[in-house]
Design a protein around this ligand. Structure first.
Ligand code: NIG
Ligand code: FE
Length: 423
């Protein structure tokens, strides 16, 4: 008999699915609730899409005459959607392990940045590295993310600042998009820091006059698949006005707005994001009440980054206030030389303990809401018929173990599945 389906995940103790209450269909993708299906199975087809997810008995009956390329008995295991990491800076050379001790001794992020360290240090090393070197270290980092259950990741440029190096980084991301299984949402982040000797205004002029037209042409030619534009909107970096100019121009060339804001100082970045129709604003430790209301109204997601608040000992983002106001809260690892964390399970753990999110809220933020922030909620972020067959199978009888256990999740995560393929 010919093989009809790619994968059957059979008889799991629990599968985390999206609520199927009727009213859910009236809600935005990013706001739907998660539900737990006890004793379930899931089928993924050769096109990589989910064909069925439901009670094990009914799947067994429905597919009794079908054949599968691969069958995995999930007795004693749970199935979760593949994790979506909504914010990372994974292409660079030159780690900053030396700055870790400085920070522990009391130096702030901005002290180090203004002394020429921080992003500037990474820019120097990344500019000097070859495309091949950058690709190899990037690929290794993506593999570590994948091992931790991430199946879709947003990846930023931003350690070039000069056009040539920014494009080098974007080409590295492009190669990974073509060659690797993990899905990538690519972000141009040329406004990550103001180059030495320039003002924010001059840097914005240069980006608008030179970077964005070059980027637009490469996207039109199909040489690059860049979806988002990011700016570090911060006191001493890009002020609100320069941020606005860059984002408006980015929007004009068809990019989704997804930027850093209200991290170290209140900047009204959230209000700006809501006004400009941004997909997301990240960080938001210093968001105002008005900013929270504006994000909720505009359905602009808040990407919270618990690793950064943790490592820099910042005020925790007000996740509870945002959730109570109806903001679509997403999570990201913020993997970068400052926050060296690949793991969404760790991020969810920190979000629950430090930001007081519930287990289900954290999982939704690391799956469906993160997909929403990247404009991918229709294909990623939940186990639903018709969506991409990306899943994480853990060796535990309750799904919450993936957040409850912190560290060492390599042993807990038994399979990572992308488009029905065990990767
Ligand atoms: O999201 N805040 C700006 N960007 C990064 C840090 C990048 C770096 O320090 O290299 C962040 O935390
Ligand atoms: Fe960041």
């Amino acid at each position: 008999m010919s093989v009809q389906y790619r994968l059957l995940l059979e008889n799991a103790e629990q599968i985390v699915v999206v609520c199927s209450k009727e009213e859910d269909f009236l809600l935005e993708d990013g706001m739907r609730n998660l539900a737990i299906l006890e004793r379930g199975s899931m089928v993924i087809g050769h096109d990589g899409l989910i064909k069925a997810v439901g009670p094990a008995d009914s799947i067994r009956n429905q597919f009794s005459n079908a054949s599968f390329e691969n069958i995995i008995n999930c007795t004693g295991k749970c199935i979760l959607p593949g994790f979506v990491d909504a914010h990372t800076h994974p292409v660079w050379a030159g780690d900053r392990v030396h700055e870790f001790a400085m920070k522990l001794a009391g130096a702030t992020y901005m002290d180090i940045h203004q002394a020429g360290g921080g992003i500037n240090y990474t820019v120097e090393h990344t500019s000097a590295a070859s495309e091949e070197e950058l690709y190899n270290s990037f690929k290794h980092r993506l593999e570590r993310m994948l091992r931790a259950g991430t199946t879709l990741v947003e990846c930023k440029s931003g350690y070039g600042l000069k056009l040539k190096t920014e494009l080098k980084m974007l080409k590295v991301i492009e190669r990974a998009q073509r060659e690797l299984d993990i899905a990538i949402s690519s972000t141009y982040c040329g406004a990550h820091s103001v180059p030495k000797g320039k003002s924010a205004e001059e840097a914005a002029d240069d980006i608008i006059a030179h970077h964005l037209p070059a980027l637009k042409q490469m996207v039109i030619n199909g040489e690059l698949h860049v979806e988002n534009i990011d700016v570090f909107c911060e006191k001493g970096v890009f002020d609100l006005e320069s941020t606005k100019r860059i984002l408006q121009e980015g929007k004009a060339i068809g990019l989704h707005l997804n930027f850093h804001g209200d991290e170290l100082n209140p900047m009204n970045s959230a209000e700006l994001g809501a006004n400009l129709g941004a997909h997301a604003v990240s960080h938001l430790e210093e968001i105002s009440d008005e900013g929270i209301a504006a994000l909720a109204k505009a359905k602009c997601s808040a990407i919270l980054l618990p690793t950064t608040a943790y490592i820099l000992r910042l005020k925790q983002p007000r996740a509870r206030d945002m959730l109570n106001a109806g903001v679509i809260v997403a999570l990201g690892s913020d993997f970068n030389p400052n926050a060296y964390c690949f793991s969404m399970p760790m991020v969810m753990h920190l979000a629950c303990v430090n930001m007081k999110m519930s287990l289900k809220e954290a999982l939704a933020a690391a799956t469906i809401n993160a997909a929403y922030s990247l404009g991918r909620a229709h294909t990623h972020g939940s186990l639903e018929v018709g969506k991409q067959g990306d899943a994480v199978v853990i060796n535990a009888s309750r799904w919450e173990h993936v957040i409850y256990q912190f560290g060492g999740h390599q042993e807990l995560i038994e399979y990572v599945v992308i488009k029905g393929k065990i990767v």
